[in-house]
Design a protein around this ligand. Structure first.
Ligand code: AMP
Ligand code: GLY
Length: 405
């Protein structure tokens, strides 16, 4: 099976590594546009990932059986639709179904129709509506841009003027004011084939920039998997109450979801609630979830792409633990430094059970992944790897997986 992976982040590097680790030959993988880390493992090609025709042309030229779309932007642009129209196998939802991530209002409507537990929210199109909704819920305030905002669309704050200011930035495209949900967050991924879902293993992401969950929200500064503190039956509950009903509701609307359904959940005193959906693998959770996958990833993704998830075995995972720590460049996420060279990646990867997934040249630049028999061991390995890497002005959190055992 020949596979084209679209994307250029640490997530796509982790997907490529997992494909190879679980049985796909490196010669059978192409990544576009990829990055320097990915290029050291498989062939890469230049492409504008949101250009539908360019991606279709590349997939046909490379004669691939399956295209795996990593990021949300090509999905929201309809790259998956264009590939399917040409008969190319795709793991990644069509434009309509990707609205589950592309529009928070759409996600809320689908959840309401499917009776999925989520926070109460008001859809607002004027600042007056925002103000009323903030007053109704009270502090802490949660304001979300309706559309994609590269991880910057959500603010959680006790400062009403900051909440209003944030709403003001996004109000022209619509904002959602949501009740504050208190609890621990969990990311759970499902493969979906339009009708059936298959859970992967849960992971926890660290969203805030600094230690102790301080600072602004980011794309994610670290993660671990599995999650030892989850109640028994958690994955089954999310499957039955969240993932399957959402897939059914989308199918009922004629927008079958084929790809990765990312359920961002919070476990509250009143039970589980959905915070958000994404239509793609999460970053950096993928680095830890796929690190532990033992089933053949290419076969699983192909079964999802061809409507065959219900035929054959479920995804299986190692009992080992995985921890990833993200290295970000100076100023991330509020400002962008100039490109500076990262050194020491080879030395980090020379440690057994440490791998490095490369990302951008600025922003989140890489993730170091440690894998061990205990969280303690996995975490020690990840940080030992990180200590061998240097980037002027770079920063990472020292408390990833510090309190899990
Ligand atoms: P999102 O982009 O929707 O994942 O939101 C980013 C982060 O904001 C989440 O990971 C949570 O930490 C936080 N968040 C979002 N919605 C809520 C909520 N209703 N209550 C508390 N925190 C939230
Ligand atoms: N780590 C959060 C995300 O991928 O959206």
């Amino acid at each position: 099976m020949r596979i084209l992976v679209i994307g250029s982040g640490a997530r796509e590097h982790a997907i490529v590594k997992s494909l190879i680790r679980t049985g796909t030959r490196a010669e059978d993988i192409v990544c576009a546009p990829g990055n320097e880390g990915i290029a050291s493992e498989v062939e890469t090609r230049q492409v504008d990932q949101v250009d539908r025709l360019a991606v279709v042309k590349l997939a046909l030229e490379e004669r691939v059986d399956l295209v795996v779309i990593g990021p949300e932007a090509p999905l929201v642009e309809g790259v998956a639709d264009a590939l399917r129209e040409q008969g190319v196998g795709v793991f990644g939802p069509n434009q309509d179904a990707a609205q589950l991530e592309g529009s928070k209002n759409f996600a809320k409507e689908v959840m309401a129709a499917a009776d999925v537990p989520t926070g109460m929210a008001h859809q607002c199109t004027t600042m007056e509506e925002v103000e009323n909704a903030l007053d109704q819920f009270g502090a802490p305030f949660v304001v979300k841009a309706d559309g994609l905002a590269a991880g910057k669309g959500v603010i959680v704050t006790s400062d009403k003027s900051a909440a209003l200011e944030h709403a003001g930035v996004y109000i022209s495209g619509g904002v959602l004011v949501e009740e504050f949900l208190d609890g621990r967050e969990v990311s759970l991924f499902f493969l979906a084939d339009g009708k059936t879902v298959m859970p992967l293993s849960p992971a926890q992401d660290y969203k805030r920039a600094f230690e102790g969950d301080e600072g602004p929200n980011t794309g994610g500064m670290g993660a671990y998997s599995p999650i030892p503190w989850l109640p028994e039956g958690f994955v089954e509950e999310v499957t039955e109450r969240v993932a399957q009903p959402v897939i059914n509701e989308l199918a009922r609307r004629g927008t079958e979801f084929v790809g990765l359904l990312y359920c961002g959940l919070i476990v509250t005193d009143r039970g589980l609630r959905v915070i958000e959906f994404n239509a793609r693998f999460g970053d950096p959770e993928t680095q830890v979830v796929l690190r532990r996958l033992t089933s053949n990833l290419a076969e699983l993704l192909m079964r999802a792409a061809t409507g065959k998830l219900d035929v054959g075995p479920s995804a299986e995972f190692s009992k080992r633990k995985a921890v990833t720590v993200v290295l970000a460049s100076e100023g991330y996420p509020t400002s962008t430094a100039d490109y500076r060279e990262v050194v020491g990646i080879e030395s980090a990867e020379s440690i057994e059970d440490v791998e490095v997934c490369k990302a951008g040249r600025v922003g989140r630049v890489l993730s170091v992944v440690g894998c061990g028999d205990s969280f303690q061991e996995a975490r020690t390995l990840a940080y030992e790897g990180m200590s061998r890497i240097s980037l002027q002005g770079g920063h990472y959190r020292n408390d990833i997986a510090a309190r899990v055992s």
